[in-house]
Write a protein that binds this ligand. Structure first.
Ligand code: ATP
Ligand code: MG
Length: 212
């Protein structure tokens, strides 16, 4: 036996998406496996696709949209139109640290909602005993694809604007998405269900022994 359920482990699934629609589709399928109280921490550089991913979650959860970069608000609640949990979309980019997060009173939102936090890594994990870390990055070999902007400088120059999704310009590049399941909410059965829902070309690793 492989110790199902006992230790949370740190299982990861890695996917490659081919463009924005593909990233949305992955997130839409993931949404079917999420429930109230789930915390997703999105990590990755400017323009990696964090908001795009969140849009797919919103579609999958059947929440009232549109899901967009919460540029001037730090947190936005999208109520469900399907009788399910709301989506709480947080952008922690401008938060200075843990103190600000506490002021937002996100804990009370989390129990009734799926909460997604862009730039949330090392900032919001304390909100729950469990979280799903989603790391987005340009897939290896994508160097010759042209980003729409010189992303980092753009963000530093105009941090208040939504640079990456800015002018409605869509372009498709491969992205690597790594999902890492942390904590007791993500037991083996649930991780397996996610893998089945997302299907395809996932490669799986676990830090605490292999799953069958
Ligand atoms: N495979 C892909 N997955 C997601 N987005 C992609 C992909 N290929 C190209 N894109 C484009 O990259 C951009 C991603 O923008 P998005 O706003 O989602 O990024 P972000 O990580 O939320 O940025 P920010 O750090 O500003 O919040 C969009 O313009 C999208 O069309
Ligand atoms: Mg964003």
């Amino acid at each position: 036996m492989s110790g199902a359920g006992a230790g949370p482990g740190a299982a990861s699934l890695t996917f490659t998406t081919t463009g924005a629609a593909s990233t949305r589709d992955l997130a839409r399928r993931l949404a079917g496996r999420l429930g109230a109280g789930d915390l997703l921490v999105l990590d990755g550089p400017l323009g990696a696709g964090k908001t795009t991913f969140t849009q797919g979650l919103g579609e999958g959860l059947g929440v009232r949209g549109p899901v967009a970069s919460p540029t001037f608000v730090i947190s936005r609640v999208h109520p469900s139109e399907a009788g399910g949990p709301a989506l709480v979309h947080v952008d922690a980019y401008r938060l200075g640290g843990g103190a600000d997060i506490d002021d937002l009173d996100l804990d009370s939102d989390l129990s009734d909602a799926v909460m997604v936090v862009e730039w949330g890594r090392d900032v919001v994990e304390q909100l729950s005993d469990s979280h799903l870390l989603v790391e987005l990055s340009r897939a290896t070999g994508a160097e010759d694809a042209q980003p729409a902007q010189p992303l980092q400088q753009a963000q530093q120059a105009q941090p208040e604007q939504d640079i990456a999704a800015g002018d409605g310009e869509e372009f498709d590049e491969p992205r690597a998405l790594t999902l890492t399941f942390v904590g007791p909410r993500w037991d083996d059965a649930r991780i397996r269900a996610v893998r089945e829902a997302l299907g395809g070309e996932a490669s799986t690793t676990t830090t605490e022994g292999r799953e069958a």
